[in-house]
Write a protein that binds this ligand. Structure first.
Ligand code: PLP
Length: 292
């Protein structure tokens, strides 16, 4: 089952980041589909296969107003003719965020629940049905990690794979699929959320596998930004032609560039940076903030 074009997912060298003896390639998951961008299809694929096979009434999942997971689920379900329902954190706003407008345009029904009810994972009574297929928030699940393990790249080429971390599902999948000789380095998009390491480990096949997450490039926290981050994203685009998002991949590329400049990696290291997409999230920025 496929709705994205995996042929568009290629690794390209980035001369801008390749310095101090380190060679950097970027895996362009962002190019696979304009809406179901980046890692989200991989995390959803086995859930949606099971949902389709189970002939469920609807796929139900959870997210905030700016969630890439909500948008991707809505678009993927539309492509597969599956009814989709989003349980959205917080009261309904007077105008929907860009992400929620996009999700609604793909036919997703939105149910707004109070932050308290959301935190308690309370499902609105009318959605409690054995015939609904529930996908956890952000796709955090073994199925999600199994899907992320199918992110395609040449396993023999790199010493280090770098990726952004939200729920940790993608990182767990990459760890489960990696070769012995390479390591995975995650960059957390959350501020001082040190439970993340354990949450990644919970999805690992080998629970003793070390989990390396850098917690230093959150820029104030999840979906927070600083002028330095925005400046870097614009410069990175100018130098490479690669757009990034301000929630995940902008912070990831900033972190990798900073660590390479500080000679954190040994000369000769070959790094693959996973561009996990998420560009639709930039629509929530004021016009003119980014040059792309
Ligand atoms: C969702 C998302 C992530 C985080 O993936 P997890 O599997 O939740 O860690 C990273 N990058 C982008 C662009 C995303 O949309």
């Amino acid at each position: 089952m496929h709705i994205i074009n995996e042929d568009l997912i290629l690794a390209e060298p980035i001369p801008f980041l390749s310095k101090n003896g380190v060679a950097v390639h970027v895996l362009r998951l962002d190019r696979a589909d304009p809406v179901v961008s980046g890692n989200k299809w991989f995390k959803l694929r086995y859930h949606l296969e099971r949902a389709k096979a189970s002939r469920c009434d609807a796929v139900v999942t959870f997210g905030g107003a700016f969630s890439n997971h909500i948008v991707a689920t809505a678009a993927a379900c539309a492509a597969l003719s599956i009814t989709s329902i989003g349980i959205i954190r917080g009261e309904a706003p007077p105008t929907l965020s860009h992400s929620l407008q996009t999700a609604a345009s793909f036919g997703m029904q939105l149910f707004f629940v109070s932050r308290e009810a959301y935190r308690a994972k309370k499902i609105p009574p009318q959605l409690v049905s054995a015939n609904n297929y529930f996908i956890p928030e952000g796709g955090y699940s073994e199925e999600g990690a199994a899907g992320a393990a199918t992110i395609p790249y040449d396993k023999t080429q790199y010493n280090l794979i770098a990726c952004a971390v939200g729920t940790g599902t993608m990182m767990a999948g990459l760890l489960n699929a990696k070769q012995e000789s390479s390591a995975i380095l995650g960059f957390s998009a959350l501020k001082n959320y040190f439970n993340l390491d354990g949450e990644v480990r919970r999805l690992l096949k080998d629970k003793h596998e070390p989990v390396h997450i850098n917690h230093s490039y959150h820029f104030g926290g999840y979906a927070k930004k600083t002028p330095a981050l925005i400046h870097f994203m614009n410069e990175f685009y100018q130098q490479t032609g690669i757009p990034t998002d301000f929630v995940y991949t902008g912070k990831l590329f900033f972190g990798i560039n900073d660590l390479i400049e500080k000679k954190h990696f040994a000369s000769g290291t070959k790094i693959l940076v996973i561009h996990s997409g998420g560009l639709q999230g930039n629509l929530s920025l004021r016009k003119g903030t980014l040059i792309f």
